[in-house]
Design a protein around this ligand. Structure first.
Ligand SMILES: *Cc1c(COP(=O)(O)O)cnc(C)c1O
Length: 350
């Protein structure tokens, strides 16, 4: 049994997706499952599909490549690089775009392969990451209409990720107004009006999401339960690492101290001699600020690249070398653990 490991409970994941899907469907909102939080692990993505997402989205083509066997539309969520246009056409059915030069290149490549590539035009609603300015949108659509190989599927916006702007009735209504204006001024139908990510869920829960928003791209709510309804699982993923040393040591280093392995000047509180456990996992694998021991009596003292140091002095449980310590995770730690090639990935069904 190799350690350290991260384990995903696929049944919990299926339940999370089914629960959110039911809530969103009641508001006429279609959901796609965003896989980048777990590096598009194919089995976890399968659980998304089993739970009922109508598509899978990721910001990276390398991740979408892992999902080709799953029979739902694949969305490339990050604006494509011009240098990856060929693989976008090969591996994604739909991509999010904001640059005409890129859309034209996508059209050309789609034509060459006898395909039609669908696009969603991203609109800037204040978060100042990607997207066309609102006043330029109809002009873009007029151009896109004439690009062979491209089918305009709708518009979308992304909030909260960079500027921290919260989706609300006001900015979502601007997206809806824009869809109306496009249809009126260009005669092009706007099928998809994609109103964001997990951060848009509170608006849906309050019944305040404008009706014409019919699409959300969701990752975090499935992965860690953020903004989820009652019954959502917040513990789909967990981390386990193995104890390699247990010793009682002073809580303050002995000798003259300089910088630690991460170029910081460590600070220690003198609590006397404490019983500590050393785990075989470190900062190269996970952000230790974003993990939480399941045994609440454990205190994380710190870590270097390959070692995690725990204070187990107050623990009721009698830990031994070779024991496995379990941790709860958040989005940041899941992402890093799934990205580390030194961490073994497992899935379980209950
Ligand atoms: C990551 C991402 C999402 C999903 O965000 P969550 O917070 O995980 O729900 C949606 N849309 C875009 C464009 C993204 O990059």
């Amino acid at each position: 049994m190799p350690y350290p490991r991260i384990t995903a409970d696929l049944d919990k994941m299926v339940e999370n997706v089914a629960l959110v899907k039911e809530k969103c469907a009641a508001y006429g909102i279609d959901i796609i499952g965003v896989t980048k939080g777990f590096c598009a692990h194919p089995d976890v993505a399968s659980a998304y599909v089993k739970g009922g997402v109508s598509g899978l989205g990721d910001s990276r083509i390398d991740n979408l490549k892992k999902l080709q066997h799953l029979n739902v539309p694949k969305y490339l969520l990050r604006i494509p690089m011009l240098s990856e246009v060929e693989s976008v056409i090969e591996h994604a059915h739909i991509s999010f775009n904001s640059e005409l030069v890129t859309i034209k290149a996508l059209g050309k490549e789609a034509l060459r392969r006898g395909k039609i590539h669908r696009i969603i035009l991203m609109v800037e609603l204040g978060d100042i990451r990607e997207g066309v300015l609102e006043q330029d949108v109809t002009e873009y659509i007029q151009e896109i209409k004439g690009i062979e190989g491209i089918e305009f599927s709708g518009i979308g916006a992304n909030l909260s990720c960079f500027g921290g702007v919260i989706p609300d009735e006001h900015n979502m209504s601007r997206l809806v107004d824009l869809a109306d204006r496009i249809e009126k001024e260009t005669g092009v139908m706007v099928g998809i009006v994609s109103g964001g990510s997990t951060s848009s869920i509170p608006l849906v829960s309050r019944g305040k999401m404008p009706k014409k928003i019919n699409h959300l791209r969701l990752g975090e709510i499935f992965i860690i339960g953020t903004y989820g309804p009652t019954g959502i699982h917040t513990d789909v993923f967990k981390m386990e690492a193995e104890i390699i040393e247990i010793k009682s040591k002073p809580s303050v280093p002995t000798g003259e101290t300089g910088l630690d392995a991460f170029l910081r000047k460590p600070v220690f509180e003198d609590k006397g001699i404490r019983k500590r456990a050393l785990l075989a996992i470190g900062r190269q694998d996970v952000d230790i600020e974003h993990i939480k021991p399941s045994d609440q009596e454990i205190e994380i003292i710190g870590a270097s690249s390959d070692h995690l140091i725990l204070d187990i002095d107050s623990c009721a449980r009698e830990y031994r070398v070779g024991d496995i310590v379990e941790f709860g995770l958040n989005y940041v730690s899941i992402l890093r653990l799934m990205t580390s090639e030194y961490v073994h990935k497992f899935t379980v069904t209950t």
